[in-house]
Ligand binder design. Structure first.
Ligand code: F6R
Length: 612
C-alpha cells in the first residue's frame, strides 16, 4: 500500500511523477503529493484526494526541477488529509521524504525528537523519518539516511531528497517493495514501488533487496547495503508492455481483466504442457521429485482472494495426491504455532508478490525448515525472491483492486503443480494425469465461450436483483472456494452484505439469516456433491430465499430448485473452480456498476497490502 515514485532527469519532472503515480494509484488513493528541487529549494505540493486532484492542484503551482519524489497514500497513521499526505518535510523544509511501510517505534522516536526540539505537522509515522534525517544531517544526505534508519524499527521503502544535496535522491528498503529504473536517456533514473510505474519510460531495472540503499544522481545509480557496503546488481528486464496497463476502451480495469481471463489462462499454461503426449514441464519449480516424494504436508500461505485460490488447490491436491493440505490466511498463520518442518512444503500464493502478511508467514515457515513454492504474478517480486521454487502465473498486470484474472490463473497454476506432485509421487496414473492436463488446456476456450454466452445474462440478473442488500454465497467441496470468493467480490466492490459459507454449514446457524429479502448464489455443478447441493437449495427456498444457481450446461433438473440459473461449462470436478469463479466476478461487477461504485478503487482498500 502506498505508491512511491522518484525521478532524476531532463524530462518534465512533475509529468513523469504524475504518470508514475497514476500507475501506482491502485496501491492507495486517499491523498497524494510531490516534492521537487527547485533552484536549490525543496518545494512540496500535496492534497487530499486522488491523483487527478493532485494534477488539478499542480496545474496552477507546478514546481519545475530536475529531481523530484512523489507518493500516493493509503492511510495507516492519521486519517486521509492534506496534512497527512506525503511528502513529509523536516522542521525547516530542507529535507522531504516519501515512505511506504510502517515505522513501528514511531511514537517513541517522535517523543524523543519532540523533546529535542523538532516540530511535527502531521499524525503520520513517516514524518519521524524526515526529522530523524534532519537530526543526523551534516552535509551528506546518504549518511543522514543511513544513520537515521539505524534508529528505526519496522518496514520501509523510503526516498529522501534534500536542498543541501539537490542533485541526489537517496532510497532504502526494508520489507516494502522498491525498484530503480535505469533510464534510456542520459542522466535519467527512476525509483518506484513497482515496475508498472516506470513501464512507459524504461523496462530496465534493479530490484532492490531488504537492507539495501540506493544513491541516485545524474551520474548514475549506486546500490549499497544499509551499512554502506557496495552491492553489485544485475539488470532486470521488465516483460510487461505499457499497453497492458491501459483500460483499452473498457469502463473499468476490472471488467477488462475479467474478459482477459481466456488469454491469462492460456499464458498460465504457456509452454508448460508440451506435445500430444501432454508432458508437463514446470521450468522454475526448482523442487526435486525426491523432495516432493518426502513432503508430508502442504500449507498454503496467502490472503484474501489468493487464499481462496489456495482452497481450490487444497481440494485438488488432497484428492489427487493424497497429501494433507492446510489453508489459513497468512495474517493468522504467522501468529500461531503452525507446524512447519523439513517435510512441509509452503505454497505462497500472491498476485502482487508484496503482501506483508504472506511474506512474514513465508519467513516464519523458512525459519522452521519448510521449503517454499511461490505462485505469483509479479516477476522478481518479494514473494518470488523469498521462495525456493517458482510458478509465475503470467496473467499480465492486474490493476483493478478486486482480483479477477489473477484468481483463476492462480487456481490453474496450483492445479498444474498438483499434477506434477501427483506424478512425482506416483499418486496418479499417466493416463489420468493426461486427462487432467487435457482438461486444463480446454479451460481458456471454455472461459471464452462462457463469457460470450453468459455475460449478458448475468448483467440482466444483476439488474433483476439490484435491490437485494443481503447475500449468501454457498458452495461445497471443490466449490467452497467459489462461495468465499463470490461473497468477497460483492462485498468489496458493491459494498453489500454477503456471507460466503460451506453449504453444509447452513443448518448450523446461517439458515436463520434466510428470508425473502436474501438472495443466495450457490454452486450446483455436476460432481460428487451435486445431490447435497440441491438439498441445500431446497432448504433455502422453503424459507423464502431467492436462489441463483451455478449449474452445468444441460442440467434441466436444476430449474426446479432455482429462481435463476447461470450455466457454466462442464469440467473435471477439481478444474471446475476456474470456470465457476468467472460468473461470481461478473455478477459482483454488474451489481456494483448499477450502484455506481468506484469499482477499480473501492473505498478503504488498496491493491497491494504491504503493511501487516
Ligand atoms: C480481493 C483481493 C485481495 C487480495 C489479497 C492478497 O479481490 O484482491 O483479497 O487477493 O489482498 O493480495 P496478493 O494476491 O497480492 O497477495
Amino acid at each position: 500500500m502506498c505508491g512511491i515514485m522518484g525521478y532524476i532527469g531532463k524530462r518534465d519532472t512533475v509529468e513523469v511523477l504524475l504518470e508514475g503515480l497514476r500507475r501506482l494509484e491502485y496501491r492507495g488513493y486517499d491523498s497524494a503529493g510531490v516534492a521537487v528541487l527547485v533552484d536549490g529549494k525543496v518545494e512540496v505540493v500535496k492534497t487530499k484526494g486522488k491523483i487527478s486532484d493532485l494534477a488539478d492542484v499542480l496545474k496552477d503551482r507546478k514546481p519545475e526541477g530536475r529531481v523530484g519524489i512523489a507518493h500516493t497514500r493509503w492511510a495507516t497513521h492519521g486519517p486521509p488529509s492534506t496534512k497527512n499526505a506525503h511528502p513529509h518535510a523536516d522542521c525547516k523544509g530542507h529535507i522531504a521524504v516519501v515512505h511506504n511501510g510502517i515505522i513501528e517505534n514511531y511514537l517513541e522516536l517522535r517523543e524523543q525528537l519532540h523533546a529535542e526540539g523538532h516540530r511535527f505537522r502531521s499524525e503520520t509515522d513517516t514524518e519521524t523519518l524526515a526529522h530523524l534525517f534532519e537530526k543526523y544531517y551534516q552535509g551528506d544526505l546518504e549518511k543522514a539516511v543511513r544513520r537515521g534508519l539505524k534508529d528505526v524499527e519496522g518496514s520501509y521503502a523510503v526516498v529522501a531528497v534534500c536542498d543541501g544535496d539537490p542533485g541526489t535522491m537517496v532510497a532504502a528498503r526494508q520489507h516494502s517493495p522498491l525498484i530503480v529504473g535505469l533510464g534510456e536517456r542520459p542522466g535519467e533514473s527512476f525509483v518506484a514501488s513497482d515496475p508498472s510505474a516506470i513501464l512507459s519510460f524504461t523496462r530496465r531495472a534493479y530490484l532492490i533487496d531488504n537492507g539495501e540503499m540506493v544513491v541516485v544522481t545524474a551520474d548514475g545509480v549506486k546500490v549499497k547495503t544499509l551499512a554502506g557496503k557496495p552491492v553489485k546488481k544485475s539488470v532486470f528486464h521488465i516483460e510487461w508492455d505499457p499497453g497492458m496497463a491501459e483500460r483499452g476502451g473498457h469502463k473499468h480495469f476490472m471488467i477488462k481483466e475479467i474478459f482477459e481471463q481466456p488469454h491469462a489462462l492460456r499464458e498460465t499454461i504457456g509452454e508448460r504442457i508440451v506435445g500430444r503426449e501432454m508432458k508437463l514441464h514446470l521450468a522454475e519449480l526448482n523442487l526435486t521429485d525426491a523432495y516432493l516424494r518426502r513432503v508430508k504436508k502442504i500449507v498454503v500461505i496467502a490472503c484474501g482472494t489468493a487464499s481462496y485460490a489456495g482452497m481450490a488447490g487444497q481440494y485438488a491436491i488432497e484428492k489427487v495426491c493424497g497429501v494433507p493440505v492446510i489453508v489459513d490466511v497468512a495474517s493468522e498463520l504467522q501468529h500461531r504455532e503452525c507446524v512447519f518442518d523439513k517435510n512441509t512444503l509452503g505454497i505462497a500464493i500472491s498476485q502482487s508478490g508484496e503482501t506483508a502478511d504472506t511474506l512474514l508467514a513465508m519467513h516464519m515457515a523458512h525459519r522452521r525448515g519448510a521449503k517454499l513454492l511461490a505462485i505469483t504474478n509479479v516477476i522478481g517480486s518479494s514473494v518470488a525472491r523469498a521462495a525456493d521454487g517458482l510458478l509465475y502465473i503470467h496473467a499480465g498486470p492486474e490493476i483493478g483492486v478486486a482480483s479477477t484474472k489473477a484468481y483463476t490463473s492462480q487456481i490453474l497454476a496450483t492445479l498444474l503443480f498438483c499434477v506434477h506432485l501427483a506424478l512425482a509421487r506416483g499418486a496418479i496414473k499417466p493416463a489420468a494425469a493426461r486427462r487432467l492436463l487435457r482438461g486444463m488446456k480446454k479451460l481458456p476456450g471454455q472461459a471464452e465461450e462462457f463469457l460470450k454466452k453468459e455475460a449478458g445474462h448475468i448483467k440482466r440478473l444483476a439488474k433483476k436483483y439490484k435491490n437485494v442488500m443481503r447475500y449468501l454465497y454457498l458452495g461445497r467441496g471443490a466449490h467452497y472456494c467459489t462461495a468465499m470468493e463470490g461473497a468477497l467480490k460483492i462485498k468489496e466492490i458493491a459494498y453489500l452484505d454477503a456471507e460466503g459459507y460451506a453449504a453444509g454449514e447452513m443448518k448450523h446457524g446461517p439458515l436463520a439469516l434466510v428470508t425473502d429479502e436474501v438472495a443466495v448464489l450457490s454452486t450446483a455443478v455436476e460432481g460428487p456433491h451435486y445431490r447435497k447441493s440441491i438439498g441445500n437449495l431446497q432448504e433455502i427456498r422453503a424459507r423464502g430465499g431467492k436462489v441463483v444457481a451455478l449449474a452445468n450446461e444441460g442440467d434441466e433438473e436444476i430449474r426446479k430448485y432455482a429462481d435463476d440459473v447461470i450455466r457454466v461449462p462442464k469440467a473435471d470436478e477439481v478444474l471446475s473452480p476456474v470456470l465457476a469463479g468467472i460468473p461470481m466476478q461478473l455478477y459482483a461487477y454488474y451489481v456494483a456498476d448499477l450502484w455506481d461504485r468506484e469499482i477499480d478503487q473501492p473505498r478503504n482498500l488498496a491493491k497491494s497490502v504491504t503493511v501487516e
